[in-house]
Design a protein around this ligand. Structure first.
Ligand code: SF4
Length: 197
């Protein structure tokens, strides 16, 4: 199937780095987390020679994913919520409608969100397409999920994570490959992997 708007091009070099980081993170977390995720991320980056800020952020996100992974996997799929950022929409063609709980994708096929929504529906996972921030917490309070998948840029994720960890919600995160206010991108395979874990 051809790549949709908002879907990041698979990049072999990036995949190699991600696999390497995941390996280091898995090993470090298997010994138990004795320091904060950000300190551990700095330690891993130092030891592996990772200097690019993008990979430092990816490392700290992967640590959180790994720490939450067991609890997350134990939740039933229909007790999870996926938060999809509306900045992934293809605004030139988007036919999504907006309501109190964010946008509803009309599945026009104009962007990657249609594939994410279909994967959620196939797995009976509730999903919302929102801007992030306070609406995410309102929806969590209303629907009381047992676990959350968040797709967002690093800064949004950091803020949301503070809130979900206060609520002790095992959270899995997919960081946008290209962030910004619009025309953002995500790797669809990473989203599907989280949904299907
Ligand atoms: S309606 Fe759905 S698939 Fe179409 S552009 Fe909007 S969000 Fe994307």
């Amino acid at each position: 199937m051809s790549k949709r708007n908002g879907e990041a091009e698979p990049n072999g070099q990036d995949h190699g780095i991600k696999t390497q980081i995941r390996g280091f993170v898995a090993q470090a977390v298997s010994f138990g987390l004795t320091i904060s995720p950000s300190d551990l991320a700095s330690k891993i980056c130092k030891e592996t020679g990772i200097k690019d800020e993008k990979w430092a952020k990816y490392t700290s996100i992967e640590i959180i994913n790994k720490v939450n992974s067991d609890l997350y996997r134990r939740t039933k799929k229909n007790e999870r919520i996926v938060f999809i950022p509306h900045c992934l929409r293809n605004v030139k063609v988007c036919k999504a409608t907006i309501g109190e709980e964010g946008y509803r994708c009309a599945k026009c096929g104009g962007c990657v969100i249609m594939s994410i929504v279909e994967e959620c529906e196939k797995n009976e996972i509730k999903y919302f397409m929102v801007a992030g921030g306070s609406i995410v917490m309102k929806l969590i309070d209303k629907y009381q999920p047992k676990a959350v998948i968040g797709i967002a840029c690093y800064n949004e994720l950091k803020m949301a994570l503070e809130k979900t960890s206060e609520k002790k919600l095992p959270t899995q995160i997919v960081m946008l490959s290209k962030d910004g206010c619009m025309n953002t991108e995500v790797e669809l395979s990473e989203v599907k992997e989280k949904i299907n874990e």
